[in-house]
Design a protein around this ligand. Structure first.
Ligand SMILES: NC(=O)c1ccc[n+]([C@@H]2O[C@H](COP(=O)([O-])OP(=O)(O)OC[C@H]3O[C@@H](n4cnc5c(N)ncnc54)[C@H](O)[C@@H]3O)[C@@H](O)[C@H]2O)c1
Length: 467
């Protein structure tokens, strides 16, 4: 099929590359010239494992361009995958969605296309996009848009860091439309994924227990709500274990063991039950805020979702509280932050806890040193005036520091030479924000170990956490 993708960020690029790799003809259009120039040279503008290799393999069937007129005409399916960043009052900023919808109407040259919203958009946006595309088409072409378009929603569930895996071996594909033809077109498009008929790449093997991928076909509003409801549920699972972690600290329980004991219940499941610093990233904060705000428009209070948001904010504040309790005075102290990206295996810094923690520490008069194995360059570009010291290694970050805070659980941080690190620090305090460090080893190196759950009484052997 001939497919256009509007917006080549984490979602649009992954979708475009995967569809081209599966055999579709794909045109990816983005307004960011520098991004498109990189893509044309085969360089992904984001860090995502295997993406460069995948792009190279799909190269013959993919076009990267800034020109709508080169991308849109003749398309059978047009995906909108532009950003929907947080706007004022909890609602996402829909200016990019608006511009994309208008451009589709302007540049579509007849035939029939399914316009698919892949961006996470407030419930009801499908109808809004429909109206925008039609209005623009009629304005620019002087004829009715009837019979030219239909609208669908196809929410995205990929996780940054495993985006290709999550796209090829999805848990499910959700498509929503009030038009049955749109659903048929999307079924045809996704058939290789749904039926798993492609030969798996050696570097991304198919999970052994994966059968056919379920397709969930719904109306437009249900598909839009599924995305928000799924993200909010994951967010509140994280906040739930963090809240239990706070109680664990008070009663002297080991949150790691508690999480294990809860998660082995098949009704609950063990994923998203790692207590720690809480969630970051571009989605959970924005999507939970949008859910609360949409519900408010209908006179509903989303109390559970609101509570999850409050707990998440509190976890970050607790980092500063813990350091203050330990060091007594923060002014003039040097604090080393290990990890900037909001999670490992990505360079995405949106809503990254590290940045907020750095700001809070700077406000308290600390000197803040930071490191990330992948996101440092992006950090320098996006936060040039934050006022922290960027370091080239975890070890260098800790030199002369009063405390080290593990913010992002990059595996390499567990493997660092903690003994040498201890020797170079002013005070040997480590705050393990993700509960991943081997505290037996740290204790041997002379560290005073802290985390956000207070499971300091747990036997050291059982407390060393597996990711
Ligand atoms: N990142 C994720 O993990 C993830 C997962 C699921 C859903 N989502 C949702 O998908 C959407 C996209 O997220 P993302 O992380 O890929 O965003 P992103 O910011 O990485 O990418 C958006 C891209 O759209 C481009 N763009 C903006 N306006 C445009 C226009 N008018 N025409 C063409 N290109 C335009 C930007 O230049 C940018 O490259 C958001 O709604 C997000 O909530 C993201």
């Amino acid at each position: 099929m001939k497919v256009t993708i509007i917006g080549t960020g984490y979602v649009g690029l992954t979708t475009g590359v995967c569809l081209a790799w599966l055999g579709h003809e794909v045109a990816c259009v983005d307004t960011d010239k520098s991004k498109v120039e990189l893509l044309e040279r085969g360089i992904p503008p984001i860090y995502e494992p295997f993406l460069e290799q995948f792009m190279a393999e799909a190269r013959e069937r993919i076009l990267f361009t800034t020109s709508y007129s080169a991308a849109v005409p003749g398309s059978q399916v047009i995906f909108i995958a532009v950003g929907t960043p947080p706007g004022p009052g909890g609602n996402p900023d829909l200016q990019y969605l608006h511009a994309a919808a208008r451009a589709i109407g302007q540049y579509f040259d007849g035939g029939y296309a399914v316009v698919v919203n892949k961006s996470t958009v407030p419930i009801g946006s499908g109808n809004w996009v429909d109206a925008l595309v039609r209005e623009s088409y009629e304005e620019h072409h002087g004829r009715s848009a009837d019979g030219q378009f239909s609208i669908a929603s196809n929410p995205e569930f990929l996780r940054e860091g495993t985006a290709l895996h999550d796209t090829l071996y999805a848990d499910r594909v959700v498509v929503g439309s009030d038009n049955s033809h749109s659903l048929e077109v999307l079924y045809t498009l996704y058939r290789p994924i749904l039926d798993q008929t492609f030969t798996a790449p050696v570097y991304l093997p198919r999970p052994e227990d994966l059968g056919a991928v379920p397709l969930v076909s719904t109306d437009l509003a249900s598909a839009e709500l599924i995305k928000y409801a799924a993200n909010a549920f994951l967010a509140l699972k994280i906040s739930y274990i963090n809240e239990i972690g706070q109680l664990a600290e008070k009663v002297g329980a080991d949150i790691t063991q508690v999480a294990k004991g809860i998660g082995l219940d098949a009704r609950i499941g063990s994923r998203f039950l790692q207590a720690g610093l809480g969630w970051g990233g571009s989605c959970f904060g924005k999507d939970t805020a949008a859910l609360v705000s949409t519900a408010a428009e209908y006179g509903l209070d989303m109390r559970i979702v609101e509570a999850a948001r409050i707990v998440n904010v509190r976890q970050r504040e607790r980092v500063v509280d813990k350091l203050l309790a330990e060091l007594k005075i923060l002014k003039g102290r040097t604090i080393a932050l290990l990890g900037l990206a909001f999670k490992p295996n990505t360079d995405d810094l949106r809503e990254a806890p590290a940045i907020e923690i750095a700001r809070k520490l700077l406000e308290r008069g600390c000197r803040v040193k930071v490191h990330d194995p992948v996101a440092l360059e992006r950090f320098r570009r996006e936060h040039p005036s934050l006022g922290v010291v960027c370091c080239e290694s975890g070890e260098q970050t800790a030199e002369g520091a009063d405390a080290v805070v593990l913010v992002t659980e990059w595996p390499q941080y567990r493997e660092m030479n903690w003994e040498a690190l201890a020797a170079s620090m002013r005070t040997r305090i480590v705050l393990d924000g993700r509960n991943v460090l081997d505290r037996t080893r740290l204790a041997r190196a002379g560290f005073h170990y802290l985390n956000l759950n207070g499971d300091v009484h747990a036997p050291a052997e059982t407390a060393a956490v597996q990711l």
